[in-house]
Design a protein around this ligand. Structure first.
Ligand code: ADP
Ligand code: GLC
Length: 494
């Protein structure tokens, strides 16, 4: 049975992206639609959305719609387009006062209002379109008020009578907390007392907490993270609530869009390869090393370690800062790093590249093309995350035969199996402890296997044989939606 889904996210690739949430939102829209479901994706029309790359149409009956949120008289219009590479409809909420800004996210005092508008606008648009979603799928704190709004302010509308809400957690560390003085901005009206009393007493409103508390079901992006967030070390204060909701909490691993990330057809690469064409992977590496002025002469045989990431502490960069200089002193290998984020990490990589000009390449910033090149050209890929709800780059790495070195946490634990040289099974290097010894051991283990050519080839081929496609993962979402609609308790899906 085709399902009707209203999907709301603060970023959707390729229109606006700061991280994996955008990849997931774009892919879910695309693959749910391809599977025959009526999915309507809502996101803000940011300044950063390239309007020329889309065929955007104004929705005639969704023009200058007034919305009163507390003291704010807001107006929004809706433009629609096909999600690139798909026939799925995407609806962009146009409210220039809130979304025409220098960055997708900011810390202006009205940050909460921007995403409250998005959430209300999606629901109001459903009303104007006469679209009765069976599932309201909210993602991260930005849309966390969706489930409670559905149960209260919008409950009168028959259109939403059968709607079940799903709150997906992509990263629990970001909760969107704002001052309770702004409570009227939620648009909850008389329902404000339904907000979490403890948070209110502390003078706060926590949208992610509200989403988890009021959604019919909660999901997160890997089975391991679903367990981890019920513990104090990973729950960022929401562990008790999540443990209470454990019967309605499901972990579904993200998928990979292999139309975007596949070395056999990568649009950013001049040459393509599969698991039996590893010579071509080496040609790409040589080309890359040369262009980046890395490892000239005899050194071009050195292993290349890649990293592409937001430069945030979540990703384990404190460990990298402690471990990498020493590893580079003691072993012969090169590094290619692409990332943007916290200045202290950018500074660290800049200095490291300065110190080892022919061994370390660092590009600060965001580049889709360069990310594909690093995945294709590197021999190994480092992701020593402190926590990782799912993580996508380790799965891209597997497909490109770029052996992931990961910490055993969240989606990294669920997608990379530690290689065993005796049985020759496994797809990467997995270390347990979040400490310098752990990362050092991980990199040294990879370097030592790399020097054993037949062993390494086997490991690379094991990695490339993995399949984490969205086609499969989307089925897990559909099964979950169906369980929600049947009102049955859910079992954990892998
Ligand atoms: P997170 O969402 O926590 O940042 P994920 O691994 O889920 O982590 O997703 C990150 C996504 O963002 C991947 O598609 C990755 O390639 C991309 N990405 C991160 N940093 C950069 C960058 N500097 N340039 C290009 N792409 C990047
Ligand atoms: C978050 C997480 C990342 C996950 C992504 C998409 O940004 O940090 O692990 O892959 O969301 O779900």
């Amino acid at each position: 049975m085709p399902l009707r889904v209203c999907f709301i996210a603060s970023e959707v690739a390729p229109l606006a992206k700061t991280g994996g949430l955008a990849d997931v939102a774009g892919a879910l829209g695309k693959y749910l639609h391809a599977a025959g479901h009526d999915v309507r994706v809502f996101m803000p029309l940011y300044r950063q959305v390239d309007r020329r790359a889309l065929q955007l149409f104004p929705v005639g009956f969704l023009r200058d719609i007034p919305l009163q949120l507390g003291a704010h008289t807001l107006r929004f219009s809706v433009l629609t387009a096909r999600l690139p590479g798909s026939q799925a409809m995407i609806y962009l909420i146009d409210a220039p006062a809130l979304f025409d800004r220098a960055a997708i996210y900011g810390n202006a005092p009205d940050e909460h209002l921007r995403f409250l508008l998005l959430t209300h606008a999606a629901l109001v648009s459903c009303q104007h379109m006469g679209f009765s979603p069976q599932i309201l799928h909210c993602n991260d704190w930005h849309t966390g008020m969706g489930p409670l709004l559905l149960r209260t302010v919008y409950a009168w509308d028959k259109l939403f009578q059968g709607t079940r809400s799903l709150m997906s957690i992509h990263n629990i560390a970001y909760q969107g907390v704002f001052d309770a003085g702004f409570r009227a901005d939620t648009g909850l009206g008389d329902a404000v007392p339904l907000l979490d009393a403890g948070e209110l007493a502390a003078g706060r409103i926590n949208p992610l907490r509200e989403g988890i508390a009021h959604a019919d079901h909660v999901s997160t992006v890997s089975p391991t993270y679903a367990m981890e967030i019920q513990t104090p070390a990973y729950g960022y204060g929401l562990q008790d609530l999540l443990a209470r909701r454990a019967g309605s909490l499901t972990g579904i691993l993200n998928g990979v869009d292999y139309e975007e990330w596949d070395p056999r057809q990568d649009r950013f690469l001049p040459l393509h390869f599969n698991a039996s064409q590893l010579g071509t992977k080496d040609e790409l590496k040589q080309d890359f090393l040369q262009r980046m002025n890395l490892a000239t002469g005899a050194r071009s045989r050195l292993p290349l370690l890649g990293m592409v990431s937001r430069l945030a502490s979540q990703k384990g960069f404190d460990l990298v800062m402690s471990a990498l200089p020493d590893l580079l002193r003691r072993h012969e290998f090169c590094c290619a790093v692409l990332g943007s984020g916290e200045p202290r990490y950018e500074q660290f990589f800049r200095e490291l590249a300065h110190l080892h000009p022919t061994r370390v390449h660092f590009r600060a910033g965001y580049s889709e093309e360069h990310a594909h090149w690093i995945e294709a050209a590197s021999d190994m890929f480092l992701m020593p995350s402190q926590y990782e709800p799912c993580g996508l780059n380790q799965m891209y790495s597997l497909r490109y035969g770029t052996v992931p070195i990961v910490r055993r946490t969240g989606g990294l634990a669920d997608s990379v199996q530690h290689f065993d040289p005796l049985t020759r099974r496994g797809t990467g290097v997995v270390f347990n402890d979040y400490d310098v010894g752990g990362v050092t051991w991980g990199v040294e283990t990879a370097l030592s296997w790399y020097s054993q050519k037949t062993l390494w080839r086997r490991l690379v081929q094991n990695a490339m044989a993995q399949d984490y496609s969205w086609q499969t993962q989307v089925e897990s979402y559909v099964a979950l939606y169906e369980r929600m609609l049947a009102g049955l308790p859910s079992v954990s899906a892998g």
